[in-house]
Design a binder for this molecule. Structure first.
Ligand code: P6P
Length: 349
């Protein structure tokens, strides 16, 4: 029986055909990233068998204990991208500074940022981890790429995506023509189209947040999360009470909510004044995907994709997922802010 399977390569080409001016470079860059994530997936599947579990004894720029798989994922992505002539500069959660293309290789017109293995603290307990990537067209006019090529607002992304290494390996990406999901068939080593044009429900079933931080949030965020649970003690309007789901891995929590409907929150708090998650290689790519799936993403109040980055590892509060739920949080934060001390213009605490 003929099965109409669409490989990601075929899908990317079909999308490219809609742009007569397309040169195929972005398509090839997306293939390069797919190859890197297949290699990472294979390593993760064997992690329990080969001695690549556990900490490396090295700390990354975030001051976080680098897991061996973090390093392997980071080196795999850099090795799959640096020689292609499609990239002018890279940025990674695992590298202190921007990553130039080695002088022996040509440079191209794209800047690529990535979190090579997000949620890596979950590796040793075999919980979902993922790779997140974000692609911009360079803004520098010539030569080897510069930091300006990566410090662009999320609305300038030309593509973004993530790979979740979960019960199956799934890739979700967008180039601004919707968000589409592919599942890796390990028997043939191909990502096959499994979730064309993902649309996230306007109202979600779940809310995902680390509630142990509740005492450190601002009053507005505390009221909003109470409202998500149907607790209307604030006298504000609420939403249909949601179930709590939180696995401590952005990719895993985001993906569940994207498919089923839900809201993920990592607010700023009195300890993390700018929030914990990073703007360029976590919040912005996920925000691009969320908006392409008819969801939305804010820092609690302001649209993530409008934030102008100032630093490579800049952090941001993040509220992302089902459009009406994200809107409820923003409205609640504003109402509480106006009630307590005048109009709110700063990110929600
Ligand atoms: P917490 C993983 O370390 C991560 O960067 C995200 O993947 C995840 O959403 C968040 O941190 C979890 O943070 O403070 O709840 O453990």
């Amino acid at each position: 029986m003929h099965t109409s399977v669409t490989t990601i390569e075929r899908f990317i080409l079909d999308q490219e055909d809609r742009y007569p001016e397309a040169t195929g470079e972005l398509s090839n860059l997306l293939y390069d990233i797919c190859l890197a994530t297949k290699i990472i997936a294979a390593s993760i599947r064997r992690a329990g068998l080969v001695n690549i579990l556990g900490a490396s004894g090295i700390q990354n720029v975030q001051g976080e204990e680098q897991q061996k798989l973090d390093i392997l994922a980071n080196e795999t992505l850099k090795n799959c991208l640096k020689h292609t002539g499609r990239v002018c500069i890279m940025g990674s959660e695992e590298d202190d500074d921007i990553i130039p293309v080695p002088p022996e290789y040509p440079v191209g017109k794209y800047a690529v940022l990535f979190d090579p293995l997000d949620g890596s603290s979950n590796i040793d307990v075999n919980s979902a981890v993922g790779t997140i990537f974000s692609i911009y067209r360079r803004v520098s006019m010539h030569g080897r790429g510069t930091v300006a090529d990566v410090l662009q607002p999320g609305c300038k992304q030309v593509a973004a995506g993530y790979v979740m290494y979960g019960s199956s390996t799934m890739l979700v990406y967008t180039t601004g023509q919707g968000a589409h999901g592919f599942t890796l068939d390990p028997t043939i080593g191909e990502f096959l189209l499994s979730h064309p044009r993902i649309i996230t429900p306007r109202i979600g079933k779940y809310y995902s947040v680390n509630e142990s931080n509740f005492p450190r949030w601002g009053k507005g965020m505390q009221a909003a999360v109470r409202g998500l649970k149907g607790d209307l003690t604030e006298g504000l309007n609420g939403v249909v009470p949601k179930n709590s789901r939180y696995i401590g891995s952005l990719v895993g929590d985001f993906h569940r909510n994207l498919i089923s409907g839900g809201i993920f929150l990592y607010p700023a708090d009195s300890k993390n004044q700018r929030g914990k998650l990073r703007l360029l290689y976590e919040a912005s790519p996920m925000a691009f995907i969320a908006e392409q799936a008819e969801g939305s993403a804010t820092d609690g109040v302001n649209r993530i994709l409008d934030i102008m980055p100032e630093m490579l590892h800049q952090r941001t509060p993040l509220v992302i997922g089902s459009r009406e739920d994200v809107g409820f949080v923003a409205d609640t934060v504003r109402q509480v802010g106006e009630r307590n001390s005048g109009a709110v213009s700063q990110p929600a605490l």
